[in-house]
Design a protein around this ligand. Structure first.
Ligand code: URP
Ligand code: ZN
Length: 455
């Protein structure tokens, strides 16, 4: 079936133009000033913006932790993503210690089969073993060139600096890219235990035990390792002004350092931890929310391009799971949702408030991630690309609520926030999955085996 989108204001990172877009067999067949309908079904996109389908490069669906699995699996999480205009996700493969990366990848591929978005994975080495370099190479050959390492969580999945350096060398040699969670793990463990031993166990001590310098010191350490290994890095969920300063300096020196932040760091401050347990615990994520000064610095870094991409780190837990930590903040499962709200929030608080242009919005929500993670058919509206598209109604108003969202989570940290601008029609590989309030999410996602990255 062919679809023809007429009269759209087509938005790309470099330019916006009025154009028609013809879709055939799940691909964009033609983009031109005026295309005849012939046998195509026509969608009139007058007064709409046409964006490439969103790419969320940082989600944790069906993530096992001590409190159980994160609230969304691949099915519910991807439906929520589609409803919010995101058509591609990158999740994670986290092996057990000493388990082969390739074996863990195979198991995770099976878990993701019911994903409705297109998807790929960052592969997370959680330690060093002698065959790791071969496994890294094999993952790259299989089309999975990005890896992720945690400098925090040393008791479970994190790695120490010497191991990080060995992994970075192996990833660089294989032509891959490393996503990195930057927080100084050892110091965090000491601070967390010290607060708890003194009886300070409320959620407020989650941010107090993860001060801003623990992130920025880890960023600095990582950048020093980039200089030694020449491994390209993508620093996930950056939340502090000093981290941004290190990142900007590295980028200005021509180092391969990319940065991401998340909607929650742009919209909230650490004041969220001041309420009672049920108010504060939903905001427990790592790194934690910061003071207003950092929030402003993040917006500035989005404007000046120090930050390339907005991911969600989507990893919500039900309130009951959060309550596992009601007597000890160390037991509160870390993570918040946002997969469905990412584009709405960035549009409302970024574009409508005049902080960013619509072209920059497209870069931050889709095009930059496509280019950093070698998603070659995504993130642009050009002939030959996958027909993942969002017709965005800049006037459509919405109030976010857990009562209406598609996520399985029983609460939303964005509850009650009203936004202007949201998807009217979402198209995934040429199929309409959202049309006004009609939702047809039962498309099948494709696993994206990516091409190797030119580094
Ligand atoms: O708090 C967070 N970020 N939870 C998800 C796991 C991680 O650290 O990325
Ligand atoms: Zn994460």
């Amino acid at each position: 079936m062919k679809l023809l989108i007429k009269n759209a204001r087509l938005v790309q990172p470099d330019v916006s133009q009025w154009a028609d877009v013809l879709i055939a067999d799940g691909k964009i067949a033609e983009v031109a000033a005026c295309i005849a309908a012939n046998d195509a079904e026509v969608i009139d996109a007058a007064h709409m913006l046409l964006f490439p389908g969103g790419i969320d490069p940082h989600v944790h669906l069906h993530l096992p932790v001590a409190a159980g699995f994160s609230a969304d699996d691949f099915q519910t999480g991807s439906r929520a993503a589609l409803a919010g205009g995101t058509t591609t996700l990158i999740d994670f493969v986290t092996p057990a210690r000493a388990q082969s990366l390739v074996k863990a990848l195979e198991l995770r591929l099976a878990e993701a089969e019911n994903c409705h978005c297109d998807y790929s994975f960052h592969i997370s080495p959680v330690g060093w073993h002698p065959t790791l370099p071969d496994e890294i190479r094999e993952c790259v050959t299989m089309g999975f060139p990005s890896f992720k390492v945690y400098m925090a969580y040393l008791q479970t999945i994190g790695v120490e600096e010497d191991t990080l350096m060995r992994i970075m060398k192996a990833v660089a040699k294989a032509g891959g890219l490393m996503a990195v969670h930057c927080e100084t793990g050892r110091e965090l463990d000491e601070l967390r235990n010290s607060f708890a031993e003194q009886g300070f166990k409320a959620p407020l001590f989650h941010p107090r035990s993860r001060p801003a310098y623990t992130e920025s010191n880890a960023v600095k350490t990582l950048i020093d390792l980039v200089a030694k290994t020449n491994c390209p890095v993508y620093i996930v969920h950056v939340s502090t002004a000093d981290s941004l300063r290190h990142i900007q300096k590295a980028q200005q020196a021509g180092m391969p350092v990319f940065a991401e932040t998340c909607p929650h760091y742009l919209l909230f401050s650490e004041k969220q931890y001041e309420g009672d347990f049920d108010q504060a615990a939903p905001f427990v994520m790592s790194p934690p929310l910061r003071t207003e000064h950092h929030v402003e610095a993040l917006w500035q870094a989005i404007a000046d391009r120090t930050i390339q991409s907005i991911g969600t780190d989507h990893c919500p837990f039900q309130l009951q799971q959060k309550r596992e930590g009601r007597h000890d903040f160390r037991l509160i499962p870390n993570g918040v949702g946002g997969i469905e709200e990412r584009m709405l929030l960035l549009y409302h608080f970024g574009v409508n408030s005049g902080r960013i242009s619509i072209e920059r919005f497209v870069e931050l929500t889709a095009s930059s991630a496509a280019s950093i993670f070698s998603l070659n058919n995504k993130g642009r509206i050009v002939a030959g690309a996958d027909a993942d598209l969002v017709l965005w109604d800049p006037q459509r108003k919405k109030t976010i609520s857990a009562a209406r969202h598609r996520s399985q989570c029983d609460h939303s940290i964005y509850e009650g926030i009203s936004v202007t601008g949201s998807p009217a029609i979402v198209i995934k590989r040429g199929k309409v999955v959202l049309n006004d309030d009609m939702f047809f999410p039962d498309v099948k996602g494709n696993c994206l085996f990516r091409g190797s990255r030119a580094v």
